[in-house]
Design a protein. Structure first.
Length: 188
């Protein structure tokens, strides 16, 4: 798959670029969302049908409370995942962030850490948010490490909040303030 268009990045980093989420990418993303491994920790319990996904996409184009990007690996020129801001609160200057990597060959290579860094860069430097946060299933060790590498702190635990693989497990709330993130970036 070589759908990358040079110069179309909205946010770019060392290995990855965020591009606007185009309708042409929905079929690929829907395939990921409906896979067992991807949805295990993203909490997509029901199959995502094309009509539902298309309706969500149409509402996203008008939404002020969500911003979703397609994530591209620049060297491979490949769509590898999605990332976004959810529950945006412009009064409090905060948002929940989340991401997913759908292409298996790009897992466990540090790209999750870069995605979170780019989301924070966008939130704090461009949108001037004060705080971003994420909810992470306790067993999702990879995501926990990615957030902690970016300076996020565990702020709370929702005990037995998620039902995964036949058992109830905790859900962690992680967060970071703009000054904490800027301090971490300056010290790197």
């Amino acid at each position: 798959m070589s759908m990358i268009q040079k110069g179309k990045a909205f946010v770019y980093g060392k290995n990855l670029e965020f591009r606007p989420l185009e309708k042409d990418y929905l079929q690929t993303i829907r395939k990921w969302i409906n896979s067992i491994d991807y949805r295990r920790y993203s909490r997509n319990e029901f199959p995502l049908l094309s009509e539902t996904h298309n309706s969500w996409y149409e509402s996203l184009t008008k939404s002020k409370s969500e911003i979703v990007f397609s994530v591209w690996h620049t060297k491979a020129e490949q769509l590898i995942g999605d990332a976004g801001l959810y529950n945006i609160n412009y009064t409090n200057r905060s948002a929940e962030i989340g991401y997913g990597i759908g292409e298996d060959k790009f897992l466990r290579k540090g790209y999750g850490t870069e995605i979170i860094f780019l989301l924070c860069q966008y939130c704090f430097n461009e949108l001037n948010f004060h705080r971003v946060y994420a909810s992470i299933i306790a067993e999702n060790i990879g995501s926990i490490k990615c957030f902690e590498k970016n300076g996020f702190k565990r702020e709370g635990i929702l005990r037995e909040d998620a039902y995964v693989d036949g058992k109830y497990i905790d859900n962690y709330r992680y967060g970071i303030l703009k000054e904490e993130w800027l301090s971490k970036v300056r010290n790197v």
